[in-house]
Write a protein that binds this ligand. Structure first.
Ligand SMILES: Nc1nc2c(ncn2[C@@H]2O[C@H](COP(=O)(O)OP(=O)(O)OP(=O)(O)O)[C@@H](O)[C@H]2O)c(=O)[nH]1
Ligand SMILES: [Mg+2]
Length: 339
């Protein structure tokens, strides 16, 4: 097992397999896409409509200033954010001036290409799960979907034969451990917790001990999204990381930050503060099913410089998918964008 991607291939797509409905939706590149791709595309339809409502009021005319204003407004409406929007439109205008943009299909294809370039990061967009023991730590602002994502990941891992320890490092919020325990049971994972307001670093320690004792190969560590103060929270997360590394040098192998897509630019500002304090390897963009602002993915990858690895598209156990920028951008900026 080498990567996140592997967790979503090689098995039936969750309920699809169980219910006997086979995955049929075709991907634009002709590859086998599966139900998830059509759902992903549906969830972006609203973002696309928000954008085209702005853009499509007039004909696409690269020589007309109003065209560029509309494109700018459209990108902002889809929550691509000011910084990324300005970068995209500048490059589009330069290409138009060079004569390479004349039709709206040219525009859509240039949007996909430029956005993909902005979203490309130096960091690996994969996770290696081939260690003897891999520790994944989940961080992020409260309510963004950390616990739910851990539940979904635990279930994917279990389905692929991994032995998982789920650890309740959020000791601050009452009922946080109980919420996680439900997910742990559902996925057949081992569960580690401490008392309310206990030390999360002790939970991290216990989780490694338990994994070693029972031969588990993945630890998923939940953390608090909120404490009395932000400074306390960052210090706590730092301590947890130190303890993990002490018990298992190199851990955590993967720190994921969850970002709620529905909170748009505000959520991104909060995520920026988090990412500045904690070393983050990847983003889980949650609640993409409930937003007309899917363009936030472009802003996140561009402005944070952290790859989006997974997307949440619902509250159910199978509503988590690996992020594929090309698929995403094909859904956001289809050739018939202005049709
Ligand atoms: N629609 C939708 N809802 C989601 C998704 N992910 C999480 N949720 C819901 O968002 C709410 C908050 O999720 P949690 O997993 O509890 O968030 P958290 O980050 O652990 O929150 P704290 O523990 O308070 O810090 C729950 O009601 C989840 O069911 C998603 O991808 N789509
Ligand atoms: Mg939680």
């Amino acid at each position: 097992m080498r990567s996140w991607d592997d967790l979503f291939t090689g098995l039936g797509h969750g309920d699809d397999a169980a219910s006997g409905t086979t995955a049929t939706a075709a991907r634009p590149d002709g590859a086998e896409g599966g139900r998830w791709f059509s759902r992903f595309r549906d969830s972006l339809a609203r973002s696309r409509r928000a954008m085209t409502a702005q853009i499509a009021v007039g004909a696409f005319d690269p020589a007309d200033h109003a065209t560029w204003e509309r494109i700018e407004e459209g990108l902002i409406a889809a929550d691509v954010g000011v910084t990324s929007t300005v970068a995209i439109v500048e490059r589009l205008e330069a290409e138009a001036a060079a004569g390479s943009l004349s039709t709206s299909a040219d525009l859509a294809s240039a949007l996909r290409r430029i956005a993909a370039e902005l979203m490309a990061t130096e960091r690996s967009d994969r996770i290696d799960l081939s260690n003897e023991l891999t520790v994944v730590m989940m961080v992020g602002v409260n309510g963004t979907g950390k616990t739910t994502t851990i539940g979904k990941v635990a279930s994917r891992l279990s389905a692929h034969g991994h032995k998982v320890v789920v650890a309740a490092g959020d000791t601050f919020r009452a009922a946080a451990a109980e919420q996680l325990e439900v997910w742990a049971e559902r996925s057949g994972s081992l569960f580690v917790r401490t008392k309310d307001n206990g030390d999360p670093a002790a939970v991290a320690w216990d989780a490694i001990e338990r994994a070693k004792a029972e031969g588990a190969d993945v630890v998923l560590l939940d953390t608090a999204g909120r404490l009395h103060t932000k400074t306390n929270l960052m210090a706590e997360l730092e301590k947890v990381r130190r303890v993990l590394d002490q018990r298992l040098p190199g851990a955590p192998h993967e720190t994921l930050i969850s970002i709620d897509a529905t909170t748009g630019q505000n959520g991104m500002r909060q995520a920026k503060e988090f990412a500045a304090a904690v070393d983050v390897d990847g983003v889980v963009l949650t609640k993409l099913d409930g937003t007309a602002k899917g363009g936030i993915a472009v802003a996140i990858a561009h402005e944070l410089g952290i790859p989006i690895k997974l997307v949440g598209i619902g509250e159910g156990v199978d509503d988590l998918q690996p992020f594929d920028a090309d698929d995403f951008l094909a859904a956001l900026f289809p050739d018939d964008l202005l049709a």
